[in-house]
Design a protein around this ligand. Structure first.
Ligand SMILES: [Zn+2]
Length: 306
């Protein structure tokens, strides 16, 4: 809670664009621009400098050399679209996709979080102790889809959740602060199946489409990966209705222009399509320090705190 009594959500992410894709509607819902009694902080681990560039005419060495700066500009524009005024970067280097050389770079988020989890988490703990969030939201253990930086973000957020309220843990990182609820943003199986069916009915390929040319072994791996990207519906504890924020979320997605194709699955679906699919962002409550457990399922990340 901040000095004016507003409840605060802190979203812990890996790269610019993840915040918008996974929970942009939620961030907008709770940003001070849309609510007088809540506020939103976004923390990103890296600048995403090893990402792909999806615009062919910009996919060149010069653009890649400055991709970190470009993406920080893109997240600034996305946050403006969502009405989020507070975002910070932990300053680690993008690790690249699984198996990339960037995984081994000593400056990478992956390496830092693997070799020195507490030292890595301290950067987030400093922000938590300063901002004093009531609720933290991040990824599941698989980081949503297995990216090393997403897994790092999830581990760092969990470690920070454990220690931020302990006054004996690195007191030099600020006075202890105890967040009350911890969430994973998740896609339940039913939602994945609905989105995939709609995309396939329109001939649009997505990350959930079965690969056309794959060996049986690759296909088996792909099925395991796809299963890990979603979760059984009964794990979902919290559904945030983002109907009123769909237009803002779309503008924020468009702001991440180097990362998200204008004719790709996220932008070809219309606002009405999303409403038909159920305009919700979904979460699993994985940590709760409220004295009385909130009634589940919830429709508010701050349920029990208001
Ligand atoms: Zn990412």
């Amino acid at each position: 809670m901040d000095s004016s009594g507003r409840l605060i959500l802190m979203a812990v992410h890996a790269h610019p664009d993840d915040e918008t894709i996974s929970m942009g509607g939620t961030l907008a819902t709770y940003a001070a621009a849309h609510s007088s009694n809540t506020d939103t902080y976004v923390v990103t681990g890296t600048r995403g400098e090893l990402g792909e560039i999806v615009i062919p005419e910009r996919d060149n060495p010069e653009e890649h050399a400055r991709l970190g700066e470009t993406r920080m500009g893109e997240i600034a524009a996305a946050m403006a679209a969502l009405g989020v005024t507070h975002f910070e970067n932990l300053g680690f280097r993008d690790s690249g996709m699984v198996g990339d050389a960037g995984n081994d770079d000593a400056r990478s988020y992956h390496q830092h979080s693997t070799t020195d989890l507490d030292g890595t988490a301290e950067r987030l703990v400093r922000i938590i102790r300063r901002v004093q969030p009531d609720v933290i939201a991040t990824y599941d253990d698989f980081g949503g889809y297995g990216h090393p930086d997403h897994i790092a973000a999830a581990r760092v957020a969990r470690r920070a959740w454990e220690v931020a309220g302990d006054p004996t843990w690195r007191p030099e990182a600020g006075p202890a602060w105890t967040p009350k609820k911890l969430y994973e943003v998740r896609t339940p199986d039913s939602q994945r199946d609905k989105v995939l069916a709609l995309l396939e009915s329109r001939g649009i390929e997505s990350w959930w489409s079965v690969p056309k040319e794959a060996t049986p072994e690759e296909l088996e791996q792909w099925h395991q990966w796809r299963a890990a990207m979603a979760c059984p519906d009964d794990l979902i504890t919290t559904r945030i209705d983002i109907t009123k924020q769909l237009a803002a979320k779309r503008r924020a997605i468009q702001a991440h222009a180097t990362q998200i194709k204008s004719d790709g699955p996220l932008l070809v679906l219309t606002e009405q399509d999303y409403i038909n699919l159920g305009a919700v962002e979904q979460y699993r409550l994985i940590g709760n320090r409220l004295t009385s457990s909130p009634a589940l399922p919830e429709s508010d990340l701050f349920a029990g705190l208001r």
